[in-house]
Design a protein around this ligand. Structure first.
Ligand SMILES: Nc1ncnc2c1ncn2[C@@H]1O[C@H](COP(=O)(O)OP(=O)(O)OP(=O)(O)O)[C@@H](O)[C@H]1O
Ligand SMILES: [Mg+2]
Length: 412
């Protein structure tokens, strides 16, 4: 029987909504079995969180798999409280955790089991501050290292927390902020080394961790993690995914429409494949005809992927530039992206023209320009070719062009 796949709902997928990635799962499993700490590197929406969730599902018989999301956390004490909280479903670990925080957990009336989960979180957090998070965190790691099965600790969105810490206050990246990030990352590093073999750590996030740390001169604090580069799907996997989705929703492609869709995307980021299919499905449902023809792809792409649906997804790419780049730098960064979108390729002479136009030269020396391009490449905006820079994703290029070309004059 032909394979079927259900559409993604919400953020990440696993189980019967998870497609492909068998090779990635096999390689990561081998690395984990060898005791490696890993940093999953990929641009937005590549499926990092889904991959970690799926890995947890497949490895849970051999490992205690813990998923820690630091998206909302601002400080090390928050992170340690969140780490304590995720131990709650694991009985023996939770018993020891309760003992570690008995001062705050005993202070509430009734047994811990009767208090709501959010109240426990608040209590735990109240027992942690800038002075004791490190010791309590060390204790938690010790508890983990003594568990009956080895632990796989997956920490998602660590770059968002670190980035927030670096820019805490109104004065940008201060020395004090750098020191705080250094203490936190070094603490994690110390524990990862101390408990190597018992605990494996996977780091990931929707923005790159290395570029964030690099800005603070702290890249070395992650050199004990092996980078794992999660790639877009190849054309075959993406086309198979579109077929499996179509089978589940009774859509029929005519004249290999799915192959034309894949070619149109160029770079098959799983999320983009899913939203493309979802536009096909919605259109077919509306017109009550479930046959989708190859000659309809182009129009649908323009209307949906570059229209409102795509716009909502892709504005992320624009907004997050301000996470990395200062207000002063942003106009140049955006001009670089617009020039590349309208000209298809950004050559070095044009790049230098833009720099001169948008900044006084001493404000953006060659090193700063190189750093800027490094971040844009690391985070999946641009790729470097022999002749210059081009967009990694055709969809991002088309969308950026549509949004910005109207009032822009090419510099060529
Ligand atoms: N293996 C997969 N099978 C099917 N769909 C997937 C897969 N991986 C990712 N997707 C699609 O991409 C979407 C985003 O996935 P996910 O949240 O895991 O990506 P991410 O890389 O963690 O994103 P972010 O950068 O925003 O954190 C999912 O909702 C789903 O539509
Ligand atoms: Mg994610």
């Amino acid at each position: 029987m032909e394979k079927k796949l259900r559409q993604a709902q919400g953020n990440w997928v696993d189980g019967d909504r998870f497609w492909g990635r068998e090779n990635d799962l096999a390689i990561l499993t081998r690395m984990i079995d060898e005791g490696a700490h890993i940093s999953i590197v990929a641009q937005r929406r590549m499926g990092k969180t889904s991959l970690m969730k799926e890995l947890a599902g497949r490895l849970s018989d051999r490992y205690i798999c813990l998923y820690l999301d630091l998206q909302e956390e601002n400080a090390p004490a928050d992170a340690v409280a969140a780490l304590a909280m995720i131990l709650k479903p694991h009985e023996s670990l939770w018993r020891k955790t309760k003992a570690l925080f008995s001062n705050v957990l005993h202070a509430v009336s009734g047994t811990v089991e009767e208090i709501s989960v959010s109240d426990i979180g608040i209590k735990l957090r109240s027992g942690l501050d800038a002075g004791n998070w490190m010791d309590k965190g060390d204790e938690l790691f010790r508890i983990l290292s003594k568990s009956e099965k080895p632990v796989l600790l997956m920490i998602d969105e660590i770059p968002l927390m670190v980035n927030r810490m670096l820019r805490a206050g109104d004065e940008g990246i201060t020395k004090e902020n750098i020191t705080n990030v250094d203490r936190f990352m070094s603490w994690l590093r110390k524990n990862s080394i101390e408990h190597q073999g018992k605990i494996r750590i996977i780091l990931s996030g929707s923005i790159g961790l290395e570029p964030v740390l690099h800005q603070a001169g702290l890249s070395a604090v992650i050199n004990n993690y092996q980078p794992y580069d999660l790639k877009p799907w190849d054309f075959e996997t993406a086309a198979d995914c579109l077929r499996a989705l179509a089978n589940n929703y009774e859509i029929e492609y005519e004249d290999d429409a799915e192959l034309v869709m894949v070619e149109k995307l160029g770079c098959c980021i799983p999320h983009h494949v899913q939203i493309f299919f979802s536009s096909v499905y919605t259109m077919c449902m509306h017109r009550k005809n479930m046959r989708f023809r190859a000659d309809e792809v182009r129009d649908l792409y323009e209307r949906e992927m570059l229209g409102l649906r795509g716009h909502a997804e892709l504005t992320h790419y624009e907004e997050r530039l301000s996470l990395y780049f200062s207000k002063e730098r942003l106009p140049l960064v955006k001009a670089i992206l617009t020039e590349t979108a309208v000209s298809d390729i950004l050559t070095k002479p044009v790049l230098l023209v833009l720099r001169d136009e948008y900044t006084a030269q001493d404000e953006c020396p060659d090193e700063a320009l190189a750093e800027m391009l490094r971040i844009l490449q690391h985070d999946g905006y641009l790729a470097r070719k022999k002749e210059g820079y081009v967009y990694e994703s055709g969809l991002l290029r088309d969308w950026w062009k549509k949004a910005h070309e109207e009032f822009y004059t090419r510099r060529k």
